[in-house]
Ligand binder design. Structure first.
Ligand code: GLN
Length: 428
């Protein structure tokens, strides 16, 4: 169908499914879970594309790194894959991830953890396989999904560019949902040439701000007071949506069936990994009658005020917000000193600069040994833009005296993606 494909290579199907088998394949699989064989002489305007394995392709299985969907092959391909192929993309393979996109280090995978090339550093997650495919040059571009940072965090750890578009800008048709109101398809690449905070990251951030300043921009400090609640709200809302989404994997209509009399329970116990089971329990709890008001509803309110904080600083209005519905917020007659103190400032900001991750990439073993909470805290800088649906780019910055990368995040107002990408390029 692509005209280039010679043979489909699936590393698993012929051997049946099972976590044990998959773990045996770990070394071989690492960042790719299945691969296409591509010819040496690609047409001049073709480019190689790696696809996260929760995005449907027709020729290769789509497993979400879950034993539940191993092996599963989609009858259709995701719209975004079709659109990129129309523009010259040649799919090179499907990349490893945290099961169903749930995780921050690509360690929660039925295929085993992903590591950075020639090291045992975490590539970030959940699109870790896609980031490594780009970092190693095996793909010019990779597709990932970003629900709460899964494109930006791997980009920051592996030294590539990661772009999460405005929510709804790229089609999610054919993308296996995790938390629908947050899910976006994102792109990873080495550059865009094609069409508690670590002090080293703080230094890189300051240097980048200074660079932007030199390039005619004015840097002003701003405060987004509600964003400190964003992480907790995210880890209520995302598992709630996930528990609802994953209810369909019953071993009857969807997913691998366990041979037992209690098909549903047995299939789900065998088919979901530990992190996914934890999210389902969390979500089922926060949506239950006795917990709903205290968790789910409050998190929805937090989500709204997080978005409003952003709208207060951006010069551009949010096209999704009917300003008449919003409480008025006018700082025009606040004296300048007070304004500086409050750091709220007038709505004068075009783009926000902040780190992508609070730490540099940990080792994979360290990441695997982390408590859940420690893992979730890693997403503290990425989830605010996710909750607000805003576009954000992570651009790589080299950390002096350290072989690792820091990511600098540029966030824009909703649908201001084109200008955001132009600025991200400037920062780089
Ligand atoms: N680490 C976050 C989570 O586990 C984000 C994942 C993502 O963006 N898919 O939910």
């Amino acid at each position: 169908r692509t005209g280039f494909r010679l043979r489909t290579l699936c590393l698993r199907c012929s051997r049946g499914y099972g976590v044990t088998h998959n773990f045996q394949q770990r070394r071989l699989l690492n960042h790719f879970v299945s691969k296409e064989e591509i010819p040496f002489d690609l047409p001049k305007d073709a480019f190689t594309l790696a696809v996260k394995d929760n995005i449907a392709t027709e020729s290769l299985p789509t497993t979400c790194a879950s034993p539940f969907l191993t092996p599963y092959t989609s009858p259709f391909e995701a719209t975004i894959v079709a659109q990129l192929r129309e523009r010259g993309a040649v799919v090179v393979g499907k990349t490893n991830l945290d099961e169903f996109g749930m995780g921050s280090h690509s360690t929660h995978s039925a295929f085993g953890p992903v590591t950075q090339p020639d090291s045992d550093l975490s590539p970030g997650g959940s699109s870790g396989g896609s980031a490594v495919a780009v970092a190693t040059g095996e793909a010019a571009v990779a597709l990932g999904t970003d629900t709460g940072g899964s494109v930006r965090l791997p980009a920051a750890y592996t030294g590539v560019v990661g772009y999460k578009p405005s929510y709804g800008m790229l089609s999610r048709h054919g993308v296996v949902p995790y938390a629908n109101s947050l899910d976006t398809v994102g792109l990873l690449s080495r550059s865009y040439n094609i069409a508690e905070l670590d002090p080293r990251i703080r230094a890189a951030w300051a240097a980048a701000a200074a660079a932007v300043l030199g390039a005619r921009a004015r840097v002003v400090p701003v405060s987004l007071p509600s964003t400190r609640h964003a992480l907790s709200a995210y880890y209520v809302l995302a598992p709630a949506e996930a528990s609802s989404n994953l209810a369909k994997y019953d071993g009857v209509r969807y997913g691998a069936r366990a041979a037992a009399s209690d098909t549903y329970a047995a299939s789900r116990a065998a088919g979901f990994g530990g992190e996914v089971q934890r999210r389902i329990l969390l979500g089922a709890y926060t949506l239950s009658a006795e917990a709903m008001d205290n968790y789910f509803r409050q998190a929805q309110c937090v989500r709204r005020v997080v978005r409003r904080d952003f709208d207060r600083v951006f010069r551009l209005g949010n096209p999704l917000v009917d300003e008449e519905d919003e409480a008025p917020f006018d700082l025009s007659d606040v004296p300048e000193e007070v304004e500086m103190q409050s750091k709220l400032g007038p709505a004068q900001v075009d783009f926000l600069l902040c780190p992508t991750a609070p730490t540099l990439a940990p080792g994979v073993d360290e990441a695997r040994g982390m408590g859940e909470l420690e893992g979730y805290v890693n997403d503290v800088f990425t989830v605010p833009a996710s909750l607000a649906g805003l576009p954000a780019v992570s651009v790589p910055l080299a950390v002096e005296g350290d072989g690792r990368w820091a990511g600098l995040q540029v966030v824009g107002q909703f649908w201001d993606d084109a200008r955001l990408l132009a600025v991200a390029r400037e920062v780089r």
